[in-house]
Design a protein around this ligand. Structure first.
Ligand SMILES: [Zn+2]
Ligand SMILES: [Zn+2]
Length: 352
């Protein structure tokens, strides 16, 4: 079917979707790559007696983006694991996840689904101290829960399966939801854990504090060392870059395809118009030669002999413009006198 060279709705949708996804992926990619660049540019400092002096001399007694590595130590009280004895920490997160099977009405399959039904995080103030206990210096960690990448240690994990009875099994088949059970986890940032902190370092009231940085920089508290932390961020940049490139390529090839189709259509139309104009010009000249008046020629007369009625259809172009005798007299290979298209077949025209 002739769509007038216009793209189909599906093609437009595909182009719109791939372009929108490219934009989204690119924005994530550019944010992540900025994070990596900033992370690499962060000032690496050690927790020691010099730290206070460095900060005291820094403008505003602050290093806007600094990296420090240290060992977790509670300021006063500490948190005890609710499940494991002698397991102490400074951040404790309890999570209850409900696991269930949900009937998918489209695919007719049971799919596993998971939902956090309860989460509670406890924290107590804590410091990062040097590995060497003889060095009496520390950094107080402020708002640890604002950090990204806080990978805590899983200290406890348990699954409580749902007790099934015959009546509720039947109920589940009707409702399309079959509970599997509750998954309970406890995660902790334990005392003595080695942590890399990246954030704003300030000296306030003779206390060195690590806090969330300003200007949209990311705050990190990670159990990885600094190099591994950078590497991990870099890997995610690569993933987003690949996604951006793939979808960008899809979107641009879609655009290219749409434009190419329009161009092909317009070129064809231009050619058709040109051929038609040439034909009319030729016709006019012939009429002048034969000394025939335009008005005296019947509109249904053959365009070649201008006398007999038109009696055949040329395919594939579909033009009805000649009589049988003139068709037979056309030179080989036979071409339609109007559009110059090859005549594949001829169908007689029956006037009833
Ligand atoms: Zn004719
Ligand atoms: Zn034709």
């Amino acid at each position: 079917m002739d769509s007038g060279g216009k793209p189909s709705t599906a093609q437009v949708l595909l182009f719109a979707t791939t372009s929108a996804l490219t934009a989204v992926f690119y924005s994530v990619y550019s944010r992540r790559s900025t994070t990596v660049a900033r992370l690499k540019g962060a000032k690496q400092l050690s927790i020691n007696q010099d730290l206070k002096n460095i900060l005291a001399e820094a403008p505003g007694k602050c290093v806007p983006y600094a990296v420090i590595e240290g060992v977790v130590r509670a300021v006063k009280e500490e948190l005890n694991s609710q499940f494991v004895e002698n397991c102490k920490g400074v951040v404790e997160r309890l999570t209850l996840k409900e696991k269930k099977m949900v009937w998918n009405r489209t695919t007719h399959l049971w799919n596993e689904s998971e939902k956090v039904i309860h989460q509670r995080t406890n924290t107590v103030p804590f410091d990062l101290v040097p590995h060497n206990e003889a060095v009496a210096a520390f950094v107080r960690v402020i708002r640890p829960l604002d950090s990204s990448e806080m990978d805590m240690e899983t200290t406890y994990e348990n699954f409580h399966p749902t007790v099934q009875t015959l009546t509720n099994v039947i109920g589940h088949f009707i409702s399309g939801e079959r509970p599997k059970g509750i998954h309970e986890t406890e995660e902790m940032l334990r005392l003595g854990a080695c942590v890399t902190g990246v954030g704003e370092l300030v000296l306030e009231n003779n206390l060195v504090k690590l806090q969330p940085p300003k200007q949209g920089l990311s705050y990190f508290l990670s159990r990885l060392d600094f190099d591994s932390l950078v590497e991990k961020q870099q890997r995610s940049v690569v993933v987003w870059r690949i996604l951006t490139a793939v979808f960008g390529m899809l979107a641009s090839s879609m655009l290219f395809f749409i434009l190419w189709k329009r161009w092909v259509y317009h070129r064809k139309r231009r050619k058709e118009k040109k051929v038609l104009a040439e034909f009319k010009e030729q016709q006019k000249r012939r009429m002048e030669e034969l000394n025939v008046d335009m008005a005296s020629v019947s509109p249904s007369a053959c365009t070649v002999c201008l006398s007999r009625p038109r009696s055949c259809v040329f395919l594939e172009c579909g033009h009805v413009c000649a009589c049988d005798q003139c068709y037979e007299a056309l030179p080989e290979p036979k071409k339609c006198p109007i559009c110059r298209g090859n005549i594949e077949r001829v169908v007689p025209l029956y006037n009833s």
